[in-house]
Design a binder for this molecule. Sequence first.
Ligand SMILES: Nc1ncnc2c1ncn2[C@@H]1O[C@H](COP(=O)(O)OP(=O)(O)OP(=O)(O)O)[C@@H](O)[C@H]1O
Ligand SMILES: [Mg+2]
Length: 508
Amino acid sequence: MLDVAKLARLKQLRELLAERDRIEAERLRGVDVFGLLGYQPTERQREFHAATEFDVLYGGAAGGGKTRALLMEGIRACVRHPGLRVGAFRRTYPELKESLLAELAQAGYAQALGAVWNASEYELRFPNGSLLMFRYAESLKDATRRQGGQYQLILFDERTLTAPEVCAFLESRLRSGRSDLPVLGIRSGTNPGGPGHGTVKARYIDSTAYGTKVITDRRGREVRFIPSKLADNPHVNAEYADDLRNLPEQLRKAFLDGDWDSFMGQAFGEWNHDRHTLDPITLPAEWRRVMGLDWGFAAPWCALWLAEDEDGRVWVYRELYKTRVGEADQARQILAAEAGETVGPRWADDAMWATRGDAQPIAAVYARNGVHLTEAGKGGRVAGWQRLRSYLADGPACPHHRAQGLEVCPRLHVFRTCENLIREIPALPFATSGDPEDVDSTASDHAADALRYALINLGSGARFHFGEPPAPTPALDPTATGRHDNLRPTVPNVGGFPILQGGDPWAL
Ligand SMILES: Nc1ncnc2c1ncn2[C@@H]1O[C@H](COP(=O)(O)OP(=O)(O)OP(=O)(O)O)[C@@H](O)[C@H]1O
Ligand SMILES: [Mg+2]
């Protein structure tokens, strides 16, 4: 049994230790963290460290000093706020080792600040009780392993390489159980490309007009983008800069110039916003309307409406893209959006026919609510992406584009109101494992999947029944050869579409 004197001595010791920590924390609070670590931020890094917004992305070109700035930001926050917990994330451990941990080693594990490195836990502990934790999170499973963890500051290095839902989950761990401990927010660094490209581009780059303004998101969080350029960093060696300059065009644009419209591994580099999208126009009522549908509840659910013109071009004219809508309600929303149009077939993810214990298949719930679906089936993902590629390609111009003086236009036209589809297609990266022709299934691909389900079933693409360019020869009778590409402009037509006098426009 402990005697009273011993207890008193223990209490005294504890108080002394607490006092020492208080003094140490006080001393630390005033120190020049960057100076002690021998870090002289570049001008752009200073801008990053001075940012007061909740959510800041430092991004763009390679070699600008993003990783080092992130690390220094984390260390400085630990010093300034006693008891702070900071999570520093990268997708995989080897990547973590080559980036943040390499910079930490260069900074002498912040020993100059009295920090102690725990090499088995990958944690840097500060004398004021703050903790900087280095973690990898490739999957939701990795991320949820740390469920109990809560952070007041989160750092993501190469954020676009981590799947968006992994980042979202980790962000949900941002909280503070103490009134004296502020939640500082999120700091990310990244180059363009990877499964998070589309989500990151939409949140930080597009919404802030490439960093020219700060925006406030729906949750009231201020979001800022600070573009990084290689030229910002005089410390990068000339060889590295030369290597970047000698990259193939598309990679050079992404890595050297920080161009967010092209990036390494982009699956649909042929997407061109100006050419594939248009402001909504009225489409002829007689064109066939069909639907592609990808189901989701926690993940987005997406329905796309497509109209097929006489030449087999596809016009995506409406999109529903929502989360947390039950299946009966999804069916009702679809019917409401159509308001009496005749639509069919509606091709959907085969998984919607799976039985779910006692519950009815989702497709059955849809049917009960008036929306009859057809299984998309057919050949799997890669075949679907190839079909999409053939629709992205050019054919003879449609009347709409011809009126603008163009001779060719893509076989896929998307109304600008279909924002999610327009965001997803150019942002989809090729898979980095499995079939290299496939698209990375961890990227946000719900609208693209819905489109793929419809296109794979629509047929192999456009069949143009008027020729290009018209030859100055006498009119031919289109029914004489049965080949409609022999049609000449003297054939009666409506809005550029020939009147086929009973002929079948689809037969070649
Ligand atoms: N302020 C600085 N002072 C001295 N060296 C720096 C500074 N900032 C960055 N560096 C060095 O420049 C190099 C590139 O920096 P860093 O790795 O942080 O850039 P990055 O933008 O993360 O690059 P990448 O896009 O390749 O990940 C590294 O060797 C880093 O140590
Ligand atoms: Mg880096």
